[in-house]
Design a protein around this ligand. Structure first.
Ligand SMILES: NC(=O)c1ccc[n+]([C@@H]2O[C@H](COP(=O)([O-])OP(=O)(O)OC[C@H]3O[C@@H](n4cnc5c(N)ncnc54)[C@H](O)[C@@H]3O)[C@@H](O)[C@H]2O)c1
Length: 235
């Protein structure tokens, strides 16, 4: 039986940006279900499920579990993703397919499985793409292609699912999640004066899932401290 509390599902919520989005939503009163292929601590008041969101059967079981346990789904954050850096000639078809499966196909699988619950709740979807949909370093073809596809899939879904469900995409730039701290020059090169934090993405995701963004759908929000707007000419 569906309760009054809004329910959100966050894929890839065990760490990094996904964990910050889950925490932010829980703080905002949502019941949050985190799905990750790794074990994750449950967000406050919510639960964590181990699932590979690139796998159709696992996504079906995950969404059926929410139907049974929570009885509703108001927000879906398609965040799970990873990058493979490999020279084109060494990139296998299997590796290419695995990046596309997690970074792009998982959103198709999740939204398709959750469509009925999202429509019933007049809910919202947020996808996490990347500024690498627009600009590239060498040896990142599979990642760039997956994120470019995700930007396009997001606006296609916004048109198909409206007016019941809003769908928006966030394209983060450099967001510090782990490893050594960024250097002073890493911060300074950004027009905003610093490298991004997970909270920068979480705040926008929470707004896009909430009622204050009711007139916003099909959008693609770049959260990169201004880097894609910065023109760089080598000397
Ligand atoms: N950190 C950045 O600078 C940055 C920039 C642009 C875009 N992004 C995107 O943001 C998202 C989160 O990135 P992050 O930096 O927090 O990464 P992260 O590696 O810290 O976290 C990603 C999480 O996704 C999970 N995951 C990966 N594949 C999965 C699968 N098939 N099924 C279930 N869970 C899976 C991982 O276990 C991990 O917990 C990714 O989609 C990434 O491409 C990150």
């Amino acid at each position: 039986m569906a309760g009054q509390q809004r329910v959100a599902l966050v894929s890839g919520g065990a760490r990094g940006i996904g964990a910050a989005i889950a925490a932010r939503l829980a703080e905002g009163g949502w019941r949050v279900v985190v799905a990750d292929r790794d074990e994750a601590p449950p967000p406050p008041g919510g639960r964590a499920v181990m699932a590979d969101v690139a796998d159709e059967g696992a996504v079906g079981a995950l969404v059926r579990g929410i139907h049974v346990e929570e009885g509703r789904l108001d927000g879906l954050v398609c965040n799970a993703g990873f990058m493979l850096r490999k020279p084109l000639g060494a990139l296998t078809l299997g590796e290419w397919n695995s990046v596309l499966a997690t970074n792009l196909t998982s959103t198709f699988l999740l939204v398709r499985a959750a469509e009925a619950m999202l429509r019933a709740a007049h809910g919202a979807v947020v996808t996490i793409a990347s500024t690498r949909a627009r600009q590239s370093e060498p040896d990142t073809e599979s990642y760039a292609a997956s994120k470019g596809g995700l930007v396009a899939l997001s606006h296609a879904l916004a048109i198909s699912l409206g007016p019941d469900v809003r769908v928006n995409c966030i394209s983060p730039g450099w967001i510090h999640t782990r490893g050594s701290a960024p250097r002073p020059e890493d911060h300074i090169q950004h027009p905003a004066g610093r490298v991004g934090r997970v909270e920068d993405v979480a705040a926008l995701a929470a707004w896009l899932l909430g009622p204050d963004s009711g007139f916003v759908t099909g959008g693609d929000f770049v959260v990169d401290g201004g880097m894609v707007r910065k023109m760089i000419y080598a000397e």
